[in-house]
Design a protein around this ligand. Structure first.
Ligand code: ADP
Ligand code: MG
Length: 501
């Protein structure tokens, strides 16, 4: 459906057009008219389906720009998401000159207080910091028309219920309350009853959850085999931007260190790292200066990063909903993506549960051999060389090149270059990942339904879901990574923090 049919005014339609949105997503199409009417709405849809604009557009529409008070508040679970939401609302509200600000923990509160004096009309914030501001009376919520609980499931998981309640307590009783979430556990419905007035529930169904744009594979392997298989797969698939999900913080640390040790440009984020470090890593990843982001579910939740080509689930998630979130990090905005899930033999039931939810059959993938991995690296080096040669300004090396060619055999020269561009054999760099206990065996319930699956779309198993680098929009990055660089410092950068806020 077109945005122009949803009852939004021209300045918003202009901002939407500038954002490049052509059509409203299903969640937007269904919720925007209700929110415009002032109703309370509970909206559930997969991550990456445009929930921010679903509440953001009608909120901006309702803002009275002559009124200097905060008229809408959005509570967000993490700093990264809060910032992302503020940026999107600012962009959409720019033509209308709506002031949007963000507050979050781990940042200078005095500076936030100074900014708040510019009278934002929409405020985005994390629960703890918002409460802080309320206690200091630097934020007043008596003129709130709309309150949004964004990523509500995540906020509950993180134990923010008390903070949320304290914030809601300070808003007018006749406010509009909106709740957006990627999943709908029973506790969320309780929130709906407690804080909302006759809410309408909008659910975008499970079958639309995983996108057709993601090819979903799995590899059956024992826990101790997974790391070697993963690095071989990375060599063969040659991903552009990759997210690797690990089950625990320790896993994330060990995987990112192991990847760096093997010459990959990787870094990890999880809740125990300082906000500052997480922000730095995210920034590098978004700008393509980092090839592989290793993350826990919580740390990567809801982040909108364009250009992620591959998602590796180093550990299969125990909860099928988490799987949907994870692979929702790729296949975004019309781009093709690949997901790969490791599953130990006794975790197969979890895989089936996921397939039941997504209604897509994952394709089994045979682990590549060391030889195939090597060939993958060489192929990737070929691509890099093509890119390097197509870049200009190599003239000043002509003379030196001719000298080298006069003294060395051309094949030797190129072989040396390839040696330099590819990594050492993985077997030379042993990496030990502490075993995690596999998920407990599932009780066999009634098994699979036997229908409702979509068959595999094609049978290109043996191409390892490769990604063709020449599509990468000219982005050129060195594949090789200096092991002696600053990455060792990550070990010391843990700044134990309570939750995200
Ligand atoms: P969610 O909150 O559901 O995870 P986001 O609101 O973060 O999703 O949106 C994901 C991405 O989709 C963002 O980059 C956003 O700008 C973009 N987007 C939102 N609405 C549309 C639309 N109608 N058409 C195209 N892209 C959209
Ligand atoms: Mg969101």
């Amino acid at each position: 459906m077109k945005f122009s049919e949803l009852g939004l005014s021209d300045s918003l339609l202009k901002a939407i057009k500038r954002s490049g949105y052509e059509e409203a997503t299903p969640i937007q199409e269904q919720t925007i008219p209700m929110v415009l009417k002032g109703q309370d709405v509970i909206g559930q849809a997969q991550t990456g389906t445009g929930k921010t604009a679903a509440f953001g557009l009608p909120i901006i529409e309702h803002v009275d720009t002559d009124n200097p008070n905060i008229q809408a508040i959005i509570i967000s679970p993490t700093r990264e998401l809060a910032i992302q939401t503020q940026e999107e609302l600012f962009r959409l509200g720019k033509d209308k000159h709506v002031r949007v600000q963000v507050v979050y923990g781990g940042a200078d509160i005095r500076r936030q207080i100074r900014n708040l004096k510019q009278h934002p009309q929409i405020l985005v914030g994390t629960p703890g910091r918002l409460r802080d501001h309320l206690n200091r009376h630097t934020v007043k919520l008596d003129h709130i028309k709309t309150l949004v609980l964004d990523e509500a499931d995540e906020m509950l998981n993180m134990g923010f219920l008390d903070d949320i309640e304290a914030i809601i307590d300070q808003t007018p009783a006749d406010r509009q309350t909106l709740l957006f979430s990627a999943t709908m556990p029973p506790e969320i419905k309780k929130i709906g009853v407690k804080f909302m007035t006759d809410p309408t529930m909008v659910r975008i169904k499970a079958k639309e959850l995983t996108t057709d744009l993601v090819d979903q594979y799995y590899v059956k392997a024992r826990d101790y085999e997974k790391f070697d298989i993963m690095t071989r797969l990375i060599d063969v698939q040659d991903p552009d931007l990759t997210i690797v999900f690990g089950r625990t913080k320790r896993r994330v640390d060990e995987l990112s260190r192991g990847l760096v040790a093997r010459g990959y440009n990787a870094a990890g984020i999880h809740g125990d790292l300082s906000q500052d470090r997480r922000t730095k890593i995210m920034k590098k990843f978004k700008h393509g200066e980092l090839d592989i982001l290793v993350a826990t579910d919580v740390a990567a939740r809801g982040l909108d990063i364009s250009g992620v080509t591959h998602v590796y689930n180093y550990d299969i998630p125990s909860d099928p909903d988490s799987y949907v979130h994870r692979i929702g990090r790729t296949g975004r905005a019309g781009h093709h993506g690949v997901s790969l899930t490791f599953v130990t033999p006794n975790e197969m039931d979890y895989l089936r549960e996921i397939e039941k939810l997504t209604r897509v059959r994952m394709l089994p993938l045979k682990p590549p051999t060391a030889e195939e991995a090597f060939k993958g690296q060489v192929a990737s080096a070929f691509n890099d060389i093509d890119e390097l040669i197509s870049q200009d300004s190599t003239e000043r090396y002509q003379e030196a090149a001719e000298k080298l060619l006069a003294t060395h055999d051309a094949t030797d020269l190129v072989a040396a270059l390839l040696n330099e561009m590819t990594k050492e054999p993985a077997s030379d760099v042993p990496v030990k990942i502490t075993p995690e206990r596999p998920l407990p065996r599932r009780n066999h319930r009634n098994g699979r339904s036997g229908h409702g699956y979509r068959g595999p779309r094609d049978h290109r198993h043996n191409n390892y879901g490769g990604h063709h680098r020449h599509n990468n929009g000219g982005r050129s990055r060195s594949r090789r990574h200096d092991n002696h660089g600053s990455n060792h410092s990550s070990r010391h950068a843990f700044n134990i923090r309570h939750r995200e806020d």
